[in-house]
Design a protein around this ligand. Structure first.
Ligand code: PHE
Ligand code: ZN
Length: 881
């Protein structure tokens, strides 16, 4: 394990490298336990650097077999090689020289899944962020761009398929049943984008003809026999390629584009140039095995990785502090893609739900950091919701501020100006300033300052003067190491909604810059006065979630009810409904804490019913509207002294109240939404399934009868419906004969399909209540479970710790003990996955005192373990700080 040096990396310490590596030639002699890597690096001294300045290359757990410079072997006094560093004390004075090295690797033993490893007998690599240094010594930093030629040699029977980045070159046979293939990538790239795959895989092929008429060979490689399950991914890839041409003018640049699905993968997928590697979960799908959510994820992630070709690969990051330059921007691009392919409002609601569920708690807890951090101990821990999701929101705000056209001009300039560069956030912001003439210096704080800004808003109406006034005050709560915050530039989309639901006109506005439907909040306080307002409007604020903030509006429930029914902006209608539901849940929570029962207003059930039945609205939207805020959402809104059992009770009571009030109408609706006919994964069909399954849940609750879901489970013709029915049985009727037999039937049917079994793990890991910890413990002994496979760990233990509030936060701490044991067991194999898992306790300070003390003890016990990895130590120490 890489030991924790405790070293902290700081943005202000960035310094260009003394040496560059214009050319890299690699030869891999692959063998499961003993792979030889021959690297020939053409090294060039950068202008202005002293001759003979020492050359220090990065390594990680490497063994050097030999080293030469310009063909001549080095004597031991000329260099020093440790597992994590190679120092050449006095390199040649020549401007350019060639360093040749041999390193020896054991891919079968590489359980960290970084560098070169084997997954189900397939050799593959993962180099972002610092995995390339586990293959050979290198200047393993993103501002070192090199042109790679790669030769792969392997036994033909074991690895008939040999892939690397770029375009295919020569292939041929070698002695002893071995063969080779050469790949050349003409585009200079940083080492984190290097990739290699070798193995025996099935191929799905297609072609894409680019805008300018070039034909690109597309290949998706999967386990033999699973080719049909790659069809949807291929379709998504072609749509992505087309979309990037149409929306951003970006054409693909190599002759081939390959995607390989692997079953052991730390993250979702990786954008290696011309050779994307995917967690197989985000490639494989058909109606039998994948849910609609899986299809949507595949579409989004295929697009995301493809879009990186321009935002990430052609223009990369100068250093890892700039990670959001590629990630935030690429998430924004994939969001827009999905919005165009599906329903914009539904997509936006889903995005905001994700943002609030993952990024808000991060920003509001001990792990808060700016979108562009200034320091890190372990970069792997910065692939966060803040960098990705908030990073995307920041790009969205730039578009909101500039407008569609100017934003596109800025993007065009970015591609033109920085193609081939390792760029920074300053470079990115500058193009938008240049095309628009706007000053984005205050706006830039969104990159530099952590924390979720809050706007508190009060309104008043003066009928005689026909004036409507908004009092807006901004604040940014303190975050670790940033106690004092500066004022932000917050673009707030708004509308003044009149009694008929239409936005009403006003003649004049004073007190803030208002451009079109955007209020630019820049100061601490704005008093925004609209004149010529003929009747008291309801104010619809932060439409489309134009800024990632929290809002405290002084608005009576009547106002929210009105907007939930009448706002012309669909997103805002959902937002108003969500506020009503959340407020009621919080009230009920407080009553529960005080030992009192609750009843919910009939008006709320009626509103839910009307939205459910509104045929003008898409089914997917109606399904979302009927989905109550999650337990974690409510906990986040309450903020302190959380007792998950009371939140659960409040939420259960609300579900029951809505279900009972609407039983007959929900029944009618449900019956009309039949699910016959051929399966199609398109958004409209998925929306109908979603609505039908939400209704099924309410009907099951209202009747208390598992036979509805039992029947649906038995008759299901696709995984979406099957998994939904199974969830209802397992969660609403735990331990019932119907639940037990459905769980058993599911296991029997999908026993040999690990990805499908993950759903079975997930469903059981999220059964509310105190028994879940026992269930999860038992399932860890299941033959399909494995501590070395990230998907299995996430599906069972990750889901338990993040999505089972009552089970994980059991008052006696049993959930935490299981969690700590697992984190430490996983850490021995894969520190990255362990560190990620450990973030599940980041909100421990918001728990009530008993649980809080137990959670703290748990974190301390992890911190006290011997030989903690840098990854886990970093998370645990920051969480406790
Ligand atoms: N760069 C990948 C993506 O977002 C994520 C990733 C990071 C994958 C690190 C592997 C390792 O598209
Ligand atoms: Zn990405």
């Amino acid at each position: 394990m890489r030991s924790d040096t405790g070293q902290i990396f700081r943005l202000e310490d960035y310094r260009a490298s003394d040496y560059l590596i214009p050319q890299t030639q690699l030869t891999f002699q692959l063998s499961p336990e003993n792979t030889l890597v021959v690297a020939e690096l053409t090294i060039e001294r950068r202008d202005g650097v002293a001759k003979n300045a020492p050359l220090v290359l990065d390594g990680d757990e490497l063994t050097l077999k030999s080293i030469r410079i310009d063909g001549a072997p080095l004597s031991p006094s000329q260099y020093e090689a440790t597992p994590d560093k190679l120092t050449i004390r006095k390199p040649p004075a020549a401007k350019k020289f060639v360093v040749s090295m041999e390193t020896e690797l054991n891919p079968s033993k590489n359980e960290k899944l970084m560098g070169l490893y084997r997954s189900s007998n397939v050799y593959c690599t993962q180099c972002e962020a610092e995995g390339f240094r586990r293959i050979t010594y290198f200047l393993d930093r993103p501002d070192i761009l090199s042109v790679y030629t790669v030769r792969i040699e392997a036994e033909r029977s074991e690895a008939p398929l040999l892939l690397a980045n770029g375009n295919p070159g020569e292939t041929g046979d070698l002695a002893n049943g071995r063969h080779y293939a050469v790949w050349e990538d003409p585009f200079p790239k940083p080492s984190y984008l290097f990739a290699l795959v070798a193995g025996d895989l099935g191929r799905v092929g297609d072609v894409f003809v680019t805008e300018s008429g070039r034909t690109v060979e597309l290949g998706i490689y999967v386990e033999h026999g699973k080719e049909a399950r790659a069809a949807y991914a291929m379709d998504a890839l072609k749509r992505s390629m087309k979309w990037d041409e149409e929306k951003f003018g970006r054409e693909y640049d190599l002759d081939v584009f390959n995607i390989v699905a692997v079953s052991d993968f730390n993250m979702g997928a990786m954008e290696n140039k011309g050779l994307n590697l995917f967690n197989d979960k985000y490639v494989l799908a058909d109606d039998e095995t994948a849910t609609d959510a899986d299809f949507a994820n595949i579409e989004a992630i295929i697009a995301h990785e493809y879009f990186h070709n321009w935002t990430g690969n052609r223009i990369t990051c100068r250093d890892w502090f700039q990670l959001c330059l590629k990630e935030g921007l690429t998430v924004f691009r994939d969001h827009e893609f999905s919005a165009d392919q599906r329903s914009r409002a539904v997509k936006r609601i889903a995005e905001v739900r994700t943002l609030k569920a993952h990024q808000f708690p991060e920003d509001q807890g001990p792990l808060a950091h700016p979108v562009r951090p200034r320091r890190y101990r372990e970069i792997n821990n910065f692939y966060t919701a803040t960098v990705y999701e908030k990073g995307s929101e920041v790009v969205r705000m730039i578009r909101t501020i500039l407008g569609e056209e100017s934003f596109r001009a800025g993007m065009d300039l970015y591609f033109e100006r920085h193609d081939g560069d390792a760029a920074t956030i300053e470079d990115f912001l500058r193009v938008f300033e240049d095309v628009s003439g706007r000053d984005l210096s205050q706006f830039a704080l969104w990159y530099h300052q952590a924390g979720t800004p809050n706007l508190s808003v009060a309104s008043s109406y003066n009928a005689t003067a026909a004036e409507f006034t908004l009092e807006i005050e901004q604040s940014v709560p303190p975050t670790p190491s940033e106690s004092r915050k500066r004022l932000m530039h917050i673009p707030v989309a708004f509308g003044l909604v009149g009694p008929d639901g239409k936005d009403i006109a006003y003649s004049r506005v004073e007190g803030a810059t208002v451009e079109g439907d955007i209020i630019h909040v820049r100061k601490r306080r704005h008093s925004v006065r609209f004149s010529g307002v003929s009747s008291r409007p309801a104010v619809s604020l932060n439409r489309g979630f134009s800024a990632p903030i929290t809002l405290a509006i002084e608005q009576k429930p009547e106002g929210h009810y009105f907007l939930a029914r009448h706002d012309s902006d669909l997103f805002s209608r959902w937002q108003s409904l969500n506020t009503l539901l959340t407020d009621e849940l919080i009230t009920a929570f407080r009553k529960c804490r005080g030992g009192k029962a609750t009843n919910y207003p009939a008006e709320l059930s009626a509103l839910a019913c009307d939205i459910a039945a509104d045929e003008e609205l898409e089914p997917a939207y109606r399904a979302l509207a009927l989905t109550l805020p999650g337990e974690a959402d409510v906990a986040r809104e309450i903020g302190t002294n959380i007792d998950p059992d009371c939140i659960f009770e409040a939420r259960e009571a609300l579900t029951r109240s809505i279900a009972l009030a609407n039983e007959s109408r929900f029944g009618d609706l449900f019956r009309r939404l039949h699910n016959k006919g051929e399966f199609s994964p398109d958004a409209a069909s998925a929306g109908r399934r979603a609505l039908r399954n939400v209704l099924l849940d309410y009907l099951s609750v209202a009747s208390g009868d598992p036979t509805f879901a039992e029947k649906e489970f038995a008759g299901a013709t696709n995984m979406t419906d099957r998994a939904a029915a199974l969830t209802i049985l397992a969660h609403r009727f735990p331990g019932s004969p119907q639940a037990l037999s459905a769980l058993a039937a599911f296991e029997k049917r999908f026993r040999s399909d690990a990805l499908v079994l993950d759903k079975w793990f997930q469903i059981q890991a999220t059964v509310p209540g105190k028994n879940a910890v026992v269930t999860v413990g038992a399932l860890m002994e299941h033959p399909a479970f494995s501590l070395t496979n990230p998907n299995r760990v996430r599906a069972l233990v990750g889901t338990f710790a993040t999505a089972n509030q009552t089970g994980f936060h059991r008052a006696d701490g049993a959930g935490y003990s299981l969690f700590a044991d697992t984190v430490l067991a996983v850490e021995k194999r894969n520190p990255q996955i362990a560190a990620r898992l450990a973030t599940a306790l980041r909100s421990w300070r918001s728990l009530e005192p008993v649980r809080q003390a137990k959670a703290r003890e748990t974190l301390l016990s992890i911190a006290a373990a011997d030989n903690l990895s840098a990854d886990l130590r970093d998370i645990v120490e920051r969480t406790l700080a």
